[in-house]
Ligand binder design. Structure first.
Ligand code: KG4
Ligand code: ZN
Length: 335
């Protein structure tokens, strides 16, 4: 089954061609990070405009890299939710046009399901499993049963993890996106420098707003007193606390649900401390922890094509889907 996956939900325009959910023939990604950096975050209108400008060329590049023709494609998969509505609509409209023009059935894909299925490209995932979803817009612990049903066990009550990384980065003056930079700074700072109280949130829910505010308050206090501080110490203290909370809750969910595998999904799955620490703590409890390689962690078309493959495997019958629309916000369970 040859699937063409289209992703335009945020600031990456990506088109990939994937065979049977595993063999990635091409995964062309055009990132707009350099453009949005100037504004300290993604500007939705600018993102949409760049998707429109680039998407046709990216399709050509992706087909060329994969050495296939549009006629060889069995299904077109596209992210339709959740995300920036204008950005989503570019991908959805483009996909509908292609599907209609070339008579190729269209499969709508939930963006977060895409992040989760990125794990299935290179790893053998045994179900049931627990997926930790950590991105710029989401933080969830999801139980996936043997039939690929997704049950949300909990999520953030305020900021998403990636969002809090980006906000802390802004206060530390290290630019956008903050995650990768804070991750590097962690190793140069003292993670025990700032005491950040653990948020009192029960079950599998999270709260990152208080953790973020602890750092912001410290910075403001020092600035008011005209005193200097070492940004690396704050980055390290922040990251230590965030990763500790994520690890504790995920492993608790595994024990309670009697699950032996965890898969990490989303942009923050690229975080080195989260990958290493969860793996280490998991091994102590005989729980296998896996994550996608870096190129499949941030937004990409291959994960969308992979998710579509499993959707068809589970019995979804694709059609022209000419009524398909973009949806800005949609729970993973309602897909
Ligand atoms: O999944 P993604 O590419 O876009 C969304 O769907 O949100 O995630 C982007 C987020 C950003 O907030 C970015 O700061 C964060 O992922 N991120 C990281 C790392 N790399 C990217 N956060 C922590 N550590 C990283 N190494
Ligand atoms: Zn994403």
């Amino acid at each position: 089954m040859l699937v063409l996956g289209i992703e335009t939900s945020c600031d990456e325009t990506s088109i990939a061609i994937v065979r049977d959910g595993k063999e990635v023939l091409s995964n062309y990604i055009s990132s707009q990070i350099e453009i949005h950096k100037e504004y300290g975050g993604v500007v939705p209108e600018i993102a949409s405009r760049h998707h429109i400008k680039n998407i046709a060329t990216i399709l050509e590049e992706s087909l060329e890299q994969a050495k296939v023709k549009l006629e060889d494609i069995d299904y077109i998969a596209v992210t339709y939710a959740p995300g920036l509505i204008g950005a989503l609509l570019v991908g959805v409209s483009f996909a509908k046009g292609l599907s209609y023009g070339k008579k190729i059935p269209l499969i709508p894909v939930h963006h977060i399901r895409g992040h989760i299925y990125a794990n299935f490209i290179e790893n053998d995932v045994e179900l049931p499993c627990i997926s930790l979803v950590v991105s710029g817009g989401h933080t969830n612990i999801i139980y996936i049963d043997k039939e690929h049903n997704f049950i949300n066990l909990g999520g953030t009550l305020d900021d998403a993890v990636g969002e809090s990384y980006d906000k802390v980065a802004r206060v530390l003056g290290i630019g956008y996106p903050g995650g990768p930079v804070i991750d590097k700074m962690y190793y140069k700072g003292n993670p025990n420098f700032l005491h950040i109280p653990e948020p009192k949130v029960g079950g599998y829910d999270f709260s990152f707003s208080g953790i973020k505010t602890s750092v912001i308050n410290y910075v403001n206090k020092m600035k008011m007193k005209n005193e200097t501080f070492i940004p690396e110490d704050l980055a390290a203290s922040f990251q230590k606390e965030v990763v500790d909370i994520l690890c504790k809750k995920v492993l608790k969910a595994c024990e309670e649900k009697n699950v032996k595998q965890v898969i990490i999904a989303g942009g923050v799955a690229a975080n080195s401390l989260l990958r290493n620490e969860l793996k280490r703590r998991g091994e102590e409890k005989n729980i296998k922890v896996s994550y996608p390689s870096m190129k499949y962690c941030t937004d990409n078309g291959a994960m969308i094509a992979a998710a579509a493959y499993y959707k068809v495997e589970r019995g979804y019958v694709p059609n022209e889907n000419l009524n398909l629309n973009g949806v800005a916000s949609l729970s993973i369970e309602n897909e």
